[in-house]
Design a protein around this ligand. Structure first.
Ligand code: NAI
Length: 505
């Protein structure tokens, strides 16, 4: 372990939302902390906010009043930057502006001769910030997530010139502070802000293509995908302007790669000033007395008379368990591809093609597809879509079957890859590309997405669970349907499939 000694001084520059949180984290780990902000009284105000936040923890019995007092007492507001000269580590959390950050670090380089210099930037290049320094090897990124005392993840970012030994020190220090640290190379969006883009982008596309409304899509992501928040409510929380700006900056930084193309729907919200919770209106209406639509859900339908499940043993297992506990009569046949046949209709898992195209190709008129679930057996909601050729009865019958298995059923329009499957495929593809391009390793992708944005599973672990061959098929089908480079599979995914390996083998 090369973590900094808890007695060493940590300086935090910038006492806004992030700086205050980072100061609290360092003080909670026992460090003496110096907090500086150029705005008069801002550092003192941040310490008061920390103290008020800790009041709640004391009331809940999570810490004692003595611990609160000791923690707050370790954070010293300083009026002048010269007062942080003894710091072993300076963490900068000022305005997101390259020139201003470079100017500050140039000053810090002389003022704090022994310190490791770290920026909490979420979008600027560590290499670019460091280029202004005499000794750019001292500069790294230490990217905390908001709110810093609660969110576990810290991305440790190395620029081109950063000293690898210092990256280890920051990694070990963040770990000693109770955080989950991951290493990443300084590339646009680092890990989280890059790999998370498809969560918003695919959802926005689904909305644009009329798959379902925002409330319905959010419910599908939550109940079917196991995500803590749906993308639309999350974008409303983050702020449409902030989320749009991140997408635009990543898109620009990757020279217009269509994987990161921003959404016109989101642009319209930004233009309208419908920024989400903070402005009272976004995808949802937060004004007093506002009436937001409930997620679409199928009315009760009759259960089927006969059910046949065809597939491999693994494919059949969750269906068998569900059918057994439902008391419905069913039979099981072995076959290569999973199909559930009931009273004349066929239910199959989505594979990235539209139901209508598959129905035509396979000559099955009454074809209904279901979306990927995090855990089919225990999921609360299953999402269906039907081929255009299917009779209306087919959807009613499929609904009746799933309701008899204890599920709520939501029907969406026939879109390729449906909702969760398509999004998870794109998240995993983006994670794979980050690994392929040497940004980080596969374990870091999964840790970052679980600890940084609360995903129920890391995208690469999820890909391993689905199987990389079927996942590759989904991407190829999406690519074929849209004819867009956006859905091109990562070379690493192609390679893993060819080698018969998983991401975590
Ligand atoms: P903020 O606006 O809440 O706070 C910035 C603070 O820095 C203000 O108090 C301001 O007075 C001070 N400041 C500005 N220029 C200064 C200078 N030259 N010297 C000293 N103090 C200066 O901003 P926030 O949200 O805390 O963000 C700070 C940094 O953290 C940015 O680089 C941002 O990209 C990054 N970040 C923000 C996250 C968020 O969710 N807000 C998450 C992760 C990183």
């Amino acid at each position: 372990m090369s973590a900094l000694d808890p007695n060493s001084v940590i300086a935090v520059v910038g006492a806004g939302a992030m700086g205050g949180g980072v100061a609290q984290v360092a003080a909670a780990a026992g460090h003496p902390v110096r907090l500086y902000d150029q705005a008069d009284g801002a550092a003192r105000a941040a310490i008061d906010r920390i103290d008020q936040g800790l009041d709640k923890l004391v009331q809940r019995g999570r810490i004692s009043a003595e611990e609160q007092q000791a923690l707050v007492g370790r954070i010293q507001p300083v009026e002048r930057l010269e007062a942080i000269g003894d710091a072993a580590l300076v963490i900068e959390a000022i305005v997101e502006d390259l020139n201003i950050k470079q100017r500050l670090f140039r000053e810090l380089e002389t003022l704090c001769p022994k310190a490791i210099l770290a920026s909490n930037t979420s979008s600027l290049s560590i290499t670019a910030i460091g280029s202004a320094l005499e000794r750019p090897q001292r500069l790294l990124g230490m990217h905390f997530f908001n709110p810093a005392p609660i969110m576990k993840l810290v991305e440790i970012i190395s620029g081109l010139a950063s000293d690898p030994a210092l990256a280890e020190t920051l990694f070990d220090t963040a770990t000693a502070w109770g955080k989950l640290a991951v290493h990443a190379r300084s590339t646009p969006g680092f890990i989280v802000n890059r790999v998370a883009r498809p969560y918003y982008a695919e959802a926005l596309r689904l909305l644009q293509e009329g798959a379902a409304d925002a409330a319905t899509l959010d419910a599908i992501y939550r109940d079917g995908g196991g995500f803590r928040m749906g993308p639309f409510e999350l974008m409303d929380l983050i702020g449409q302007d902030v989320n749009y700006a991140v997408t635009e900056s990543v898109h620009h930084a990757y020279y217009g790669d269509p994987r990161f193309t921003p959404s016109l729907i989101q642009k319209a919200l930004v233009d309208a000033g419908w920024l989400g919770r903070k402005s009272g209106r976004g995808f949802y209406d937060y004004r007093e007395g506002a009436d937001n639509p409930a997620p679409a859900e199928q009315p009760p339908c009759a259960p089927p008379r006969e059910v046949t499940v065809i597939g491999t043993e693994t494919q059949i297992a969750p269906w068998k368990a569900l059918l057994e506990s439902s008391g419905l009569a069913f039979q099981v046949l072995s076959g290569e591809h999973l199909s559930i046949l009931c009273d004349g209709f066929t239910l199959r898992p989505s594979d990235g093609h539209m139901a209508t195209v598959r129905a035509h190709r396979d000559n099955i008129r009454d074809l209904v597809l279901y979306d990927l679930c995090l855990d089919l057996e225990n999921t609360a909601r299953i999402t269906l879509c039907a081929a255009d050729q299917a009779s209306p009865r087919a959807l009613e019958q499929a609904t009746g079957l799933l309701q008899a298995l204890g599920k709520r059923v939501t029907v969406i329009d026939d879109v390729p890859g449906m909702v969760v499957l398509r999004t998870v495929a794109m998240l995993a593809n983006e994670g794979a590309d980050a690994v392929n391009q040497g940004v980080c390793d596969a374990a870091a992708v999964d840790t970052a997405m679980q600890a940084g944005v609360n995903y129920p599973l890391g995208p690469l672990a999820w890909a391993d669970r689905i199987g990389l061959r079927p996942l590759l098929k989904v991407l190829k089908h999406l690519q074929k349907t849209y004819g867009e480079d956006r859905y091109r599979p990562s070379p690493l995914l192609l390679r893993k499939v060819a080698a018969g390996e998983g991401f975590h083998d």
